[in-house]
Write a protein that binds this ligand. Structure first.
Ligand SMILES: [Zn+2]
Ligand SMILES: [Zn+2]
Length: 196
């Protein structure tokens, strides 16, 4: 009966280690979302300074802003919305500081009573409201949206010329005299010359 409900995984979909100090962000669903059809919107900012994914550190300029809507559909409370954050890390090609604007989507849901939720709800893709206020912690959904929206490759600029594999200069700033054409075919970087 919940087959049509979109969910979001709260775990990263790659095998890379993710290190985050996950501070809770609690929100009370009750009493405003008690009735079927009730709806509300929450706008705010989640304070997060940095996190590590794989070998890379991401630093947030000013936390993560979000806007979420909550709808009581009768069985569940649908949670949808978006997040955005300015994130700083380094360029994959030239290793210089690089700024990213991350925009991600939140799609998940919460239940008031896990026991009555049935077997269709699995793992940690939903939140369980606790106590008389129906309190949920939104942090896992916010993180999932952020992590999911991160690019696989970070470039300071689409046209970043990167670092010279021979002398190591940043070729965005300096033109070196290395000629990749003179690389011996047995040189470990020989295959790279076809890329330039
Ligand atoms: Zn670069
Ligand atoms: Zn060079």
């Amino acid at each position: 009966m919940f087959a049509d409900v979109a969910t979001v995984s709260t775990t990263d979909h790659s095998d890379e280690a993710l290190q985050i100090q996950m501070k809770p962000y609690e929100y009370k669903l009750l009493p405003k979302l008690a009735e079927t059809g009730s709806f509300c919107v929450l706008e705010g900012k989640y304070e997060l300074e940095s996190f590590i994914k794989g070998a890379r550190t991401f630093t947030l300029a000013d936390g993560m802003r979000f806007k979420l809507s909550f709808t009581n559909t009768g069985d569940i409370v649908l949670i949808r919305g978006n997040i955005d954050a300015e994130v700083h890390t380094e360029c994959d090609r030239c290793l210089e500081p690089s700024k990213l604007q991350i925009i991600g989507e939140v799609e998940g849901y919460a239940v008031f009573d896990e026991a009555s939720a049935g077997n269709d709800l699995e793992n940690d893709e939903y939140l369980v409201a606790k106590g008389p206020d129906g309190c949920v912690d939104l942090a896992p959904f916010l993180y999932a949206a952020l992590i999911f929206a991160l690019p696989l490759v970070v470039l300071c600029d689409e046209g970043c010329a990167g670092i010279c594999p021979l002398c190591g200069v940043n070729r965005n700033e300096e033109i070196c005299s290395c000629s990749l054409d003179t690389i011996d075919e047995d040189h470990p970087f020989a295959a790279l010359k076809d890329l330039f």
